[in-house]
Write a protein that binds this ligand. Structure first.
Ligand SMILES: [Zn+2]
Length: 428
């Protein structure tokens, strides 16, 4: 199939091709170029995308899948049906793959990882799992996302846990190193050092939940691969450490800190939210935001300004930034799928350009997750792409103007998914 006429954003930071043509064969891009230059084999069917913009399908490198369902959230919702519903939501929003960060448990995530990788459900995004995360005892409670985490108390135990994850074929694992404002006794450098060492021996990479500046510096020195959140403060020494560790990347996860400062998409709710989220859930978020005190709002604004300043510094320093939404977490306000588009806007509001943000959400996030099959519209890559009605380089919120989504060369049946949610067959 030849798709021609669209403005093409390939994901590799090059200038867009104004009138492009690309050929998809057996679920892959095989040729990419300018309309007219690219001569397809005789008999190739053509799709006219004149006036549209095409970009690679988006990649969410940090989420928590299977917990949210309607107004509830927790391990009891973690079923095959609910995980599949979430993967349908990602596909609906143009997301090709989402990486669950340490909140999975049991056999289910590994089964679904294989099924969805094979493309058995053409309307579902791929599901990547970090398996069970690694956490200190005080981070774990029966109802939170870390209920099934490995409890790390000794170096030997930490190494054994990592070995178990290695046997499950998990390329990226997750650990928590956060004192939560001094309330939690977190992992000490000898414990997370053992996790890093054992993981690297098995050629696995390690993502960390860490937001404190001092912890972040120690983790960089210890060889951390991925930060799952923006660091709460940034100074020259941190920037220098990032420069010394050019393979260390950071996902910003700005949705939670930004939402409490400004969420213009909920009042009134964006049409994509109305199509996918129940009125009760929308109202709950509207009420929560309206219920903030002036003091809380001022504090949130301060925290956001500090984060945004840090984002600008890290971006200017050339640190590799990917996109992680942290969506699907416990508060229930992180609407699965929508979070991606809110996050792209958050990154621009923080000071990145739309072009930088689109590269972060495609090529960079693919590299961070080790996916050499995704993230670009380029020959030999899987044909995962989004057709938009407007150009996101002009205005990042144009990523929401989704006309069509293709995963593995097949169009996602967004109408069918939408009808299912409207009928209440599944709710989220
Ligand atoms: Zn998270």
């Amino acid at each position: 199939m030849l798709y021609e006429g669209a403005r093409l954003i390939s994901g590799d930071a090059s200038a867009p091709i104004d009138r492009s043509a690309f050929l998809v064969e057996d679920g892959r891009f095989t040729r990419v170029g300018r309309q007219g230059d690219l001569q397809p084999p005789v008999g190739t069917a053509r799709v006219d995308l004149t006036g549209k913009t095409v970009m690679p399908a988006l990649i969410d490198a940090h989420s928590h899948i299977g917990y949210m369902k309607g107004l509830t959230s927790g391990p009891r919702n973690y079923t095959r049906e609910n995980i599949l519903d979430h993967m349908h939501r990602f596909a609906y929003f143009g997301v090709a793959v989402s990486q669950a960060m340490g909140s999975d448990f049991g056999e289910l995530p590994f089964q679904l990882r294989e099924e969805l990788r094979a493309g058995t459900d053409p309307d579902a995004a791929r599901f990547l799992t970090a398996g069970r995360g690694l956490a200190p005892l005080e981070e774990i409670s029966p109802t939170n996302m870390r209920h099934a985490a490995y409890v790390v108390t000794t170096v030997e135990g930490a190494r054994a846990d990592v070995q178990e994850l290695a046997q499950r074929g998990v390329p990226l694992i997750k650990m928590w190193v956060d004192t939560r404002g001094g309330t939690v006794k977190t992992l000490t450098p000898d414990l997370y050092g053992a996790i890093l060492d054992e993981a690297h021996k098995h050629r696995m990479r390690v993502a960390v939940h860490a937001t404190g500046l001092a912890d972040a510096k120690q983790l960089l020195r210890a060889g951390i691969d991925v930060f799952g959140h923006m660091i709460s403060d940034v100074d020259d020494e941190l920037v220098e450490l990032f420069k010394q560790h050019p393979n260390t990347s950071i996902l910003l996860a700005l949705s939670a800190p930004r939402r409490v400062v400004s969420a213009p998409w909920i009042n009134p709710p964006h049409p994509l939210i109305v199509e996918t989220i129940s009125p009760a859930q929308i109202k709950r978020l509207q009420d929560r935001l309206a219920g903030q005190s002036a003091a809380e709002a001022a504090q949130a604004r301060q925290a956001w300004d500090r984060l945004a300043r840090g984002v600008r510094i890290l971006s200017a320093a050339g640190v590799k930034i990917g996109v992680g939404t942290d969506g699907g977490g416990q508060t229930g306000d992180q609407f699965v799928g929508w979070t991606m588009h809110a996050e792209l806007e958050n990154m621009v509001v923080a000071g990145m350009t739309p072009a930088q943000v689109l590269v972060a959400a495609t090529r960079n996030s693919a590299e961070i997750l080790g996916l050499d099959d995704l993230g670009l519209v380029a020959p030999s890559r899987s044909a995962d792409f989004v057709v938009l009605d407007a150009n996101p380089l002009d205005d990042i919120t144009n990523t929401r103007r989704i006309a069509r989504v293709f995963l593995r060369g097949r169009e996602v049946d967004r109408g069918k998914l939408r009808a299912g949610w409207a009928s209440g067959a599944t709710s989220n």
